[in-house]
Ligand binder design. Sequence first.
Ligand SMILES: [Zn+2]
Length: 385
Amino acid sequence: MPDSHLPRKFLQLLKPRLPQMLATLCRFVTAESPSLEKAAADRCCGVIAEEWNKCGARVERITQKHCGDLLRITRAPDKTRPAGQLLVLGHYDTVYSTGTLARMPFRIAGGKVYGPGTFDMKAGIVQAFFALQALQQSKISLSKRLVFLWTSDEEIGSEASRKTFEAEARRSDAVFVLEPSFGPRGLLKTARKGVGAAELIVHGRASHAGLAPEEGINAIHELARQLAGIEKWNDLRHGVTVNAGVIEGGTRTNVIPERARVVLDLRALRVSDMRSLERRLQALRPFHRGARLEITGGFDRPPLERKMSAALFARAKSLANQMNLALGECTAGGGSDGNFTAALGIPTLDGLGAVGDGAHSRREHILINTMAQRAALLAALLASL
Ligand SMILES: [Zn+2]
């Protein structure tokens, strides 16, 4: 590890740059970038690219068909032969459709910056940008290639960008995810639940409830019995949850329903629990004779197990200590692209972005006085590997 003054040195470089950090954040946030609106997202991609172009790194735009283009920024190592690669990963898409800015403007008040996508996660991209500048300014010799990858479809499942960032992760020794941290103390996310959805459709047989009840197979009754069993799969202590979120079936009270369906939210902290949930779903058998079950879906994102981030977190914690920052960690119930990179076996540290609150809501904001510190922490991490 390089000398122990580095984190403080980065912090000294970054603190006076806060006005520029805020101006950059303003440019990124006022370019609205909903995941589902390509034209708007592409404009935002252009704004972000323009900024990164200023720091002399190689900026490539990777064209996408339906979502905004991806942005890959490469900073070559100082040595002619790179000793590996580090990936900094994040997304610039937001959950807010265009026009949201009109009722939820970019606004600075009380030490906070409000606006759509400030916390999740445009401030993270800003911090990474200034971290790279601090690295360049301090003239530290980097042995590894740095790749920054900003995607555009994280909020809708990362289907289009997944191949690209997984390929980049496979070439990397570590992945740093600039998703928001948690809580006012900015806890890093050292574990994330795997997340999925499954649909269970029960096929019964319709009949007149009064004239021929014996000829019917009640799909709702069958589904109710299935759900009573499925509810027992919940195991909060081990981070396993199954939530019946949507249910429907039947047509009229005097008709025995021939169809009923439920959509389940599935979460697990461990890969083994994820697999066992999927096995149990596939193993469901009907209670009522003649009923048929149709089961589709499963986990979309595997869990980010803590063992994949433990060593990186220990490093981050000791670097933060050198700035008198006590860094904590937490487990997140939701997934990010870090789940995918960790599942490839690449050490992944998540939640390295902004400190704030209110993601995906009107209250969304970041805390200004943490920006320089978090950028310095990222710079120190990148310089230490
Ligand atoms: Zn996010």
